[in-house]
Design a protein around this ligand. Sequence first.
Ligand code: FMN
Length: 324
Amino acid sequence: MSRAVRRLKDALRPARNVLAALCGFGYDFSRYVRYAGWRGRRDRRKKDYKAVKAYHRLEKSLSFRQRRQGSGWDAAGDLVRLLSRGGFDAAALGYHETVGIKVLRDFVAAAPAEAPRREVSEFLRRAALWPAEGGVLELSAEALRAGRLDDPERFFLSRHSVRDFRPEPVPQALLERAVRLAMKAPSVCNRQAWHVYQLDRRESIDRALALQNGNRGFGHEVPCLLIVTADLRAFDSHGERFQHWIDGGMFAMSLVLALHALGLASCCLNWSRGPLDDLALRRAVAIDGAHTVIMLMAVGYASERLKVCYSARRPLASILTHLD
Ligand SMILES: Cc1cc2nc3c(=O)[nH]c(=O)nc-3n(C[C@H](O)[C@H](O)[C@H](O)COP(=O)(O)O)c2cc1C
């Protein structure tokens, strides 16, 4: 390539980036329009996500030290109307909906002085036998402190992105334990819109990694590849248009730390790709259309002797501004 052509390409790069970003925004917008929870009243999964949004208002009300007399009944009514939509069918309830019933029951029990609204008491009579978990827990501060690490620096500072794995497979039980631990990550209204796709077969991993641009030199040895996604169906208001990336990112971080706590190494792999690559990944791996890819993650046991990037950290003063 001649110098003049290279210079021209360099000069055009910013404009190309902006145009490509525009395509990316368009693609994200079209996925939001197609999959997010703002429409599709008959979609059971969207209804289930709406249930968690509704019952979470009740759970919060139950957890407040000082509850206002009469508060929460509007939220209870909203929840009942949502759960009854299309006729109450216990067998067809989603997970969040079953939790909603438990929370509703706890809410009524916690306000004995307040006569339950008729729609609420009638609904609970119909759903009387439904077992579920949810509500509030009474805890001591000591119970929370039980999670304190004796040496947090040892845990956090011994985590590194690993790009040199032993060939042995990741035990399934250990991987599932890590995902279960990561599921304790906070999420907006506890919607937990995460979904993880796991690939262990060499051909499947290679096919997915061929579309990713940060695994050259080590991708061919990754023994387990996770694709962390978040379900757009869980988000129904315009203000939540970026929420799936935020919740998905927090889950991914939780997963990285859970893997580290269990002795497994990982390396996040960016999915900072354009629409065409995203569509190609969806052709290569059976990813639900409503699931947004947050990142890929290489997982495995680190080699016995390995090198990792130093990855120097900025000074604290450039990160933390103490205003008052
Ligand atoms: C969202 C995300 C995407 C990343 N993508 C890549 C990648 O494509 N390839 C890679 O080798 N490392 C990738 N990394 C790892 C970073 O390079 C690494 O986290 C950073 O350099 C800090 O190093 P440490 O994780 O060892 O502390 C990614 C990290 C994050 C959080």
